[in-house]
Design a protein around this ligand. Structure first.
Ligand SMILES: [Zn+2]
Ligand SMILES: [Zn+2]
Length: 445
């Protein structure tokens, strides 16, 4: 039997030895935010540290992804630990990039600090020689599903197929040799606590909508026009009218925005654009709600005699929590921060591409409360650097040690206790099947 306590202490000491450097990495990335699939500077930081540690690694996966692998004494399982590279866009955030408006208002800067801290801990402690499995350290691009037009351009150019980082990394084969995956996301909950594991969450599909009408003088001859804005407004009202038909357990969220409402006030709008997600707790629930949303979108076109151009894109799958994995993590979190600093996370109504990973292998998304303010808001800040940058790496290392010692028995038991909802091939097929472009003419109906 391995002396687990001393292995854990060795990794924690190695992480502490680099404490100042790790805090500096987290803060440096915080003030240099980059949007998804453009995280070149952030990826280079990972690349530099992996090189310094002689970790064999690959860069440029799904544009900016980095993957390093540490081999154990045996290869009984491979566990990936992820850090997300991207920021969000909050122009009025005090640390927003003045040019792009990007800001780390979701705490992903801490994830990259955690990933690098873990790399230092595992390598410099020499623990890999005592483990019977491998550890893949992965910096992944584009968790936030934003700048859809830009990413569609990348897709058209053949650079990407999927618009999110992990789906694209899955497609590229980066998870092919991985059996289990976890990561730590920052939480800014107000109630206190230090560590948790996120519960099940909503998945989503993405809809891009254009109403095409006919322009005409808004005062002189509105009768010769077809008002695309009126079609859009009717569609939004119809979606609202359907809300009571969504069932509570399905957690449906439909939150459209009008991204283009018209050109000039004295012209009947002939080109109006809407974007929306349709979120829900299961694939089935999302698809049922999407049928209603599509019906509502057609209703707007039908009422006004406009043409509807509707593009549906795969978003993210709901997050499934591996209970076996969660148990091992929770035990270590209690050991590290005390049971009183643990909280149980409930259902998460947001969406993440960790959901996609969780459909094909056991996965958990731990949470660390190192940040405060509003997620994706201008007041989002790192309030506890230790909890943001250091603690998650220690908790991850301890969990990995428990999973991979003694023939990787614990990892094997988590893997055998998990029934994958999909394999990689059926996942890719499912995602591809979601993409759809339709044109629907209201005047012909
Ligand atoms: Zn976010
Ligand atoms: Zn996030």
């Amino acid at each position: 039997m391995a002396d687990v306590a001393s292995l854990k202490a060795r990794v924690a000491n190695a992480i502490d030895a680099h404490r100042d450097e790790i805090l500096a990495i987290g803060e440096d990335i915080r003030v240099h935010p980059e949007l998804g699939f453009k995280e070149f500077r952030t990826a280079e930081i990972v690349d530099t540290h992996f090189s310094k540690l002689n970790i064999p690694h690959e860069t440029g996966i799904a544009i900016t992804g980095v993957k390093g692998v540490l081999n154990g004494a045996a290869s009984n399982a491979t566990i990936a630990y992820l850090g997300e590279l991207d920021s969000v866009l909050v122009r009025n955030h005090p640390d927003a990039d003045p040019e792009t408006g990007a800001a780390h208002a979701c705490g992903h800067n801490a994830q990259i600090a955690n990933l690098i801290a873990l790399a230092y801990g595992l390598v410099e402690s020499g623990v890999m020689a005592e483990l019977d499995g491998n550890i893949a350290l992965m910096a992944v691009p584009a968790e936030e599903y934003v700048e859809v037009e830009y990413r569609l351009g990348l897709r058209k150019a053949g650079i990407l197929e999927f618009l999110g980082g992990k789906p694209e990394m899955i497609r590229a084969g980066a998870f092919d040799d991985v059996d289990m995956t976890f990561m730590t996301h920052q939480s800014c909950r107000k109630e206190g606590g230090i560590l948790s594991v996120g519960g099940p969450s909503n998945g989503c599909i993405v809809k891009q909508i254009q109403y095409e009408g006919v322009a005409a003088h808004a005062g002189g001859s509105p009768h010769s026009g077809v008002n695309a804005l009126a079609a859009a407004m009717l569609a939004l009202q119809a979606i609202d009218a359907n809300r009571p038909t969504f069932q509570d357990d399905d957690h449906i969220r439909v939150h459209p925005i009008i991204t283009k409402g018209g050109e000039l006030v004295n012209v009947i709008p002939d080109d109006v654009r809407i974007e929306t997600y349709v979120r829900g707790a299961s694939v089935d629930a999302i698809q049922k709600a999407a049928v209603k949303v599509d019906r509502c979108l057609k209703a707007g076109a039908l009422a006004m005699g406009a043409t509807l151009h509707l593009t549906t894109l795969p978003g993210y799958l709901p997050r499934i929590v591996s209970d076996g994995f969660l148990d091992v993590y929770r035990r270590n979190a209690w050991e590290l921060v005390g049971e009183s600093n643990w909280w149980d996370s409930g259902f998460g109504a947001g969406s993440t591409d960790m959901g996609d990973v969780s459909h094909i292998m056991p996965a958990i998304e731990a949470q660390a409360r190192g940040c405060s303010g509003t997620g994706h808001g201008a007041d989002y800040a790192v309030c506890d650097p230790e909890a943001a940058y250091i603690t998650p790496a220690k908790a991850a290392a301890m969990t990995l040690i428990d999973l991979l010692v003694d023939g990787a028995a614990s990892a094997k038991s988590v893997i055998s206790g998990y029934k994958p909802a999909m394999d990689k091939e059926s996942y890719l097929e499912f995602m591809r099947g979601l993409a759809q472009d339709i044109e629907w003419r209201g005047e012909n109906a």
